[in-house]
Design a protein around this ligand. Sequence first.
Ligand SMILES: Nc1nc2c(ncn2[C@@H]2O[C@H](COP(=O)(O)OP(=O)(O)OP(=O)(O)O)[C@@H](O)[C@H]2O)c(=O)[nH]1
Ligand SMILES: [Mg+2]
Length: 496
Amino acid sequence: MATNETPQERRSGLLVNQLTPICAPATAPGGALSVVRVSGEGCIALCDTIFHAKNGRTLSDTKGGSVRFGYITSDDGTTLDEVLASVFRAPHSYTGQDSVEFSCHASPYIVAELLRLLCQAGCRTAEPGEFTRRAFLAGKLDLSQAEAVADLISARTCAAHRVAMNQLRGSLYREFEALHERLLRLSSLLELELDFADHEDLEFADRTELLALCDELDSRIAALLSTYRVGDAVRHGLPVCIVGDTNAGKSTLLNRLVGDDRAIVSDTRGTTRDLIEDTVQIGGTTFRFIDTAGIRDTDDTVERIGIDRALAAVSRAEIVLWVVDATRAESETTALAPRLAPLVQDKPLLLLLNKTDLLTGNKKQETINIATQEDNGEWVMVNGQWSMVNGQWPMVKISAKTGDGIPALQSRLAAIAADLLRSDSDTILTNARHTEAFARALDAIRRARRALADGLSGEFVAQDLALARNALAEIVGRITPTSILHSVFQNFCVGK
Ligand SMILES: Nc1nc2c(ncn2[C@@H]2O[C@H](COP(=O)(O)OP(=O)(O)OP(=O)(O)O)[C@@H](O)[C@H]2O)c(=O)[nH]1
Ligand SMILES: [Mg+2]
């Protein structure tokens, strides 16, 4: 667990005012009840100055972990509200300090008055994340768990909740402990050797064992890093790029999928210039749909910038939806396949045959034929173009305008997402800060391994191993620059 007072933390001033009683609403406005949190030295007696129980009992004579019913009395002697007060005594509380949580009626007036009375009695208003920061400084949570609290609060899907909950229960901390222990073992073997550097021929550490330890650390950290792709998608939404020719109906499709008028739709070619994003949940997964500029040859400088952005978005996306106007399917696919194919080699692409509501007679039959060929798994559409580029792109027929085929598209997307987001690992990296620190640790371990393999002096190896240890320690907050601590807690809301 995070240590209570490292010199670095003390210097940083994080412990200044660490004991002062603080108060803040812990619930968002709205609803029937609100919780107001109070924490700090002497806060229970402080709350007694505004809280009165019918039977004359006080919060000071209430056991930790129990609840008392009573009234909040204003300074003019009137009753502000009937409340339940939960009392927690150090160290058995969220912050590790004496704490009180008032459960009051959710009127904004009551909450504001209660906070005013508490401040008048000696509290100060809590800063964002200050309760969790106190919990971290008291060693109740490591830094990765503190960050998981924020993730848990903002989790909107089952997957995001599961990842945050695992991290809150210490999954990342356990990874840290296991890796750190192995690194320490590696370092101590080497340092023993350095202590006896005068004895030239002495080599205490078995090089094969050291190399094997490096490899073990390397593969575990590399495996953890590879989970970030999934973690990022879980947290920010799986990026799905909507791409295609101008006027194919991309913006109409974005609006249809997110159920909102997000992008301008018009029959003028080249309407969309910039990337337009919105998230929506389908089948328990958050998707981040990205509408893009239609791809065509153009002399317009701004439109060209838009097209470059569209192609870059295709490269970054996890899934690509290629929208084709079904009435012009041949020309659009022939023109764009060579530009898109190289960008989508390793990612799922759905070819969306849009505007099927406009198909009649022969055209309709043609589309049905294409779809049938797809079922055979070897459809070749235009002059052999498909098979040359990629014969396996599955197709969905839709009408973005009427909504026809959209449920089928949504189930297709849900199935692809389930496949992409499958992970055997309990620990999934969702946080860029953790990922960057693991990457630094991995770099250092790889340098150490090279130095060992090249037979360099143990000193160089030891330096890199120390860098790797420090990078890991930052993740859980054992050694963490003050600026990082501040930015972590500033991202919390007040009352957390
Ligand atoms: N009939 C029919 N018209 C559609 C459909 N989808 C889009 N449209 C029409 O096609 C025109 C172009 O639609 P947009 O959604 O703006 O096309 P886009 O691909 O975003 O076009 P750019 O932004 O210019 O690249 C508009 O007039 C839409 O109403 C559809 O499924 N059926
Ligand atoms: Mg558009």
